[in-house]
Design a protein around this ligand. Structure first.
Ligand SMILES: *[C@@H]1O[C@H](CO)[C@@H](O)[C@H](O)[C@H]1NC(C)=O
Ligand SMILES: *[C@@H]1O[C@H](CO)[C@@H](O)[C@H](O)[C@H]1NC(C)=O
Length: 145
């Protein structure tokens, strides 16, 4: 019984950790971006009733020529750093389809490059009264031309 309760507790912690993490809602996976162009990265934060302390995020573009973009993880480099700093998602107009709190970041693609790149999000947040650490790394793939 106790073991079962423990597994249930762990499963619910994992489930909530996923629900309250941010995802890249724009650009869409596979989007083509012109080299040197300014574009918007929209991050959608899964809403969560507990206190969430956003420590910060990093956004970057790493060439798939050198890393495996399909198995991107925290051990791989961010590459071209597009943004590092605070994350302050808010409810409001111009948000993601699911009406979650979000934030737009305007960034610039590197110039004079082309090919597939991992557009990655690294996020650290602290959840609830005990400041549970949630560290997340995710990515989509974009094509720079
Ligand atoms: C966020 O970016 C999207 C895409 O560029 C835009 O449609 C939306 O209006 C922006 N929202 C805000 C609040 O800036
Ligand atoms: C993005 O598209 C690639 C290629 O189709 C796919 O392998 C990958 O799983 C997709 N990533 C996401 C986050 O949907």
């Amino acid at each position: 019984m106790k073991v079962f309760a423990l597994f249930t507790a762990i499963a619910s912690v994992i489930a909530t950790a996923t629900a309250q993490s941010a995802t890249i809602s724009l650009p869409a996976n596979g989007t083509v971006i012109a080299s040197g162009a300014t574009f918007t990265i929209q991050l959608e934060q899964g809403d969560f009733p507990e206190n969430v302390n956003q420590v910060g995020i990093a956004l970057g573009l790493a060439p798939c020529q050198y890393i495996d973009c399909n198995t991107y993880d925290a051990s791989q480099e961010i590459g071209n750093l597009l943004y590092a700093g605070p994350f302050n998602p808010q409810f409001g107009p111009g948000g993601p389809p699911s009406a979650e709190p979000f934030e737009n970041f305007t960034v610039q693609a590197p110039s004079g490059v082309s090919g597939a790149y991992a557009l990655s999000l690294t996020q650290l947040e602290l959840i609830g009264d005990g400041y549970e650490r949630v560290y997340l790394v995710s990515n989509i793939i974009v094509e720079i031309q």
